[in-house]
Ligand binder design. Structure first.
Ligand code: MN
Length: 322
């Protein structure tokens, strides 16, 4: 039986679903949740949507975004009667975050994802190596014969824009372009996606970018920088303001790998890694307990900032020189 049919069968046989996505969600995570939820509701199903970190500010324009709640905001009543969990855009269950994961305990889980390191945690694993999870959701909606309306199309298109970096990544091929064209035909509001994703930067974010770039270092094909709590404080920036920094670093001519080391509380460092395709950063991330794609990966490493930075950079350099 094909996977789409398996997913459709489980959906047909049940009434109430909880749909979750990974912590620190971006448009592919939230867009997949919203598109799928709307599709299931069109089928007369009940859905609840959860994300440990909630919806980031720049995605609140998506219709239905306010239905995505943090675990603490979902009460027992809402949870009662949930029969199936659907997890989107997550390579493993831990990415739901502890509080998120708890809501899926004991439920049969449909795993819909596009990460190549997905560990197949579901009873059904609909995992495909495509550019965005929202592509898979779009295909499912089509397969189920549902009406792909404007809010769905916009949410799904946002996922593609985010995960292809606006069609600039290696993962762009004819399939994702065709899928995008179909979403635009269904009314996806491409302009509002671009404005909300890229043209709503808080001024503090630009100031932070300026500081962080001025302190970046570039050596042996590796460009990297660090973000400390005191730096954030200096320009009055928040954690969300650090997004996009690594993308800018990666544009450096001659850089094979870009790294950002962000100091977190409790002696932890968030390491983000990017490449231009010639170097698989997911291998470095998985060496430190993280994961991701060839061009974009990350890990959370315990230890003091300087030491973590040295360890990760030496791993990157070892692989570049190999
Ligand atoms: Mn994704």
């Amino acid at each position: 039986m094909n996977r789409l049919k398996e997913v459709e069968d489980v959906i047909s046989r049940h009434e109430k679903f909880i749909i979750g996505s990974h912590r620190s969600p971006e448009a592919d995570a939230i867009g997949s949740q919203l598109g799928l939820s709307r599709a299931l509701r069109q089928r007369g199903k009940k859905t609840i949507l959860v994300n440990v970190d909630g919806v980031p500010r720049n995605l609140s324009f998506l219709k239905g975004a306010d239905a995505v709640k943090k675990p603490g905001k979902i009460d027992e009543n809402e949870l009662s009667g949930v029969e199936v969990g659907i997890v989107v855009d997550c390579s493993d269950l831990d990415r739901l975050g502890n509080a998120g994961k708890r809501l899926f305990a004991g439920l049969p889980i449909i795993n819909i994802d596009h990460h190549k390191d997905n560990d197949n945690f579901g009873v059904i694993n609909h995992v495909q190596d495509v550019a965005a999870t929202t592509e898979i959701i779009a295909e499912l909606i089509e397969y189920m014969g549902l009406n792909l309306d404007e809010p769905m199309a916009t949410a799904l298109y946002a996922g593609i824009i985010a995960d292809t970096s606006s069609f600039r990544n290696d993962n762009v091929g004819p399939e994702v372009m065709e899928r995008s064209a179909n979403l635009l035909r269904s009314g996806a509001n491409a302009r509002s996606v671009i404005v909300n994703l890229y043209e709503r930067e808080p001024f503090t974010k630009l100031q932070l970018l300026g500081k962080v770039l001025s302190e970046a270092e570039f050596e042996n094909g590796v460009v990297w920088t660090t973000i400390t709590p005191s730096l954030l404080e200096e320009v009055n920036a928040t954690g969300e303001d650090t997004e996009g920094i690594i993308g800018t670093l990666r544009t450096t001519e001659g850089a094979m790998v870009a790294c950002v080391f962000k100091e977190l509380p409790e002696n932890r460092v968030k390491v983000s890694l990017r490449s231009k395709g010639g170097f698989d950063v997911s291998q470095v991330a998985s060496k430190f307990g993280g994961g991701g794609h060839t061009v974009a990966a990350g890990c959370l490493v315990e230890g003091e900032l300087e030491k973590v930075r040295k360890r990760v950079l030496s791993e990157v350099n070892k692989r570049i020189n190999a």
